[in-house]
Design a protein around this ligand. Structure first.
Ligand code: PEP
Ligand code: MN
Length: 263
């Protein structure tokens, strides 16, 4: 993976691995047309570069909300056509790649699928950027080797995402491994972003970890934001409100120039 030249992965206004500290924000799950519109408007006004939102959700319990799936396609196409922001969403099955290619800007591989090499190889045949999350119990070496499956299949547009790992510690949802960010930046040329939402799982702690990620040299964040966190159908404990996200963005605007970066 190392060749000396830092890789910049660009899509629309986002340039991962450049001086820009790239922000992807939005709800854990896309729940309705109204919720999507409110979230889109809110994160765009706050200055996010891309929107996130799950269409298919891999939930631990089969009784939990599984995402709108195909039901969301029509309103997503309509709303994204008139928007400056592109959408990042998780693909859980190779059949979803073609079904979403006209309206998704980045395909996300979730933590549970980092080892799904058949999925990685199919995504490697596309030209879109792939956001590859680290498996929650994956060594950094396994994560980088998973990225190689995408790259070797022909797609160099890989963005790595640290999202916290499972450790003996139970006070937070996962343990944010900032070692991995610093380490991967030193051995790989691919951009690395952090998901502080899934890493810590507690709303009030997310802004501090977002800023720590910037200070550690991450290239950006993917962060969960909901227009009405109390009513979120998934991960409501870790959803920032639009107001909380706006405050974080303002704090980043002050911090980033010190680190030689901009929003
Ligand atoms: C997500 O970002 O929607 C998600 C499910 O996260 P992870 O795959 O890191 O658990
Ligand atoms: Mn989530």
């Amino acid at each position: 993976m190392t060749s000396g030249i830092k890789k910049i992965v660009s899509v629309r206004n986002a340039h991962f691995g450049s001086k820009q500290f790239t922000i992807i924000a939005g709800p854990c799950s896309i729940e309705s047309s109204e919720q999507f519109s409110q979230a889109l408007q809110g994160v765009q006004t706050a200055g996010a570069h891309l929107m996130r939102g799950g269409i298919w959700k891999l939930r631990t319990s089969s009784d939990s909300f599984q995402g709108l799936g195909k039901e969301a396609f029509q309103f997503l196409r309509e709303k994204l056509k008139n928007s400056d922001l592109g959408l990042v969403s998780e693909i859980t099955d190779p059949r979803q790649i073609e079904a979403t290619e006209d309206f998704l800007d980045i395909y996300q591989v979730g933590s549970r699928n980092m080892h799904n090499y058949a999925l990685l190889q199919e995504l490697g045949k596309t030209k879109k950027p792939i956001l590859l999350k680290r498996g929650f119990a994956a060594h950094v070496d396994e994560w980088l080797k998973a990225a190689d499956y995408i790259i070797k299949a022909g797609n160099e547009n890989v963005i790595l995402c640290e999202r916290g790992i499972r450790t003996f510690e139970t006070s937070t949802r996962n343990t944010l491994d900032l070692n991995s960010v610093v380490y991967v930046k030193s051995v790989s040329n691919y951009p690395v972003i952090v998901d502080p939402s899934h890493a810590v799982g507690i709303r009030a702690l997310i802004p501090a970890l977002a800023k720590a990620s910037a200070a550690a040299g991450a290239d950006g964040l993917i962060i969960e934001v909901h227009p009405n966190p109390e009513e979120a159908l998934s991960d409501k404990e870790q959803a920032l409100s639009i107001g909380e996200f706006t405050t974080l963005m303002n704090e980043l605007k002050t911090l980033l120039p010190v680190l030689g970066r901009t929003l």
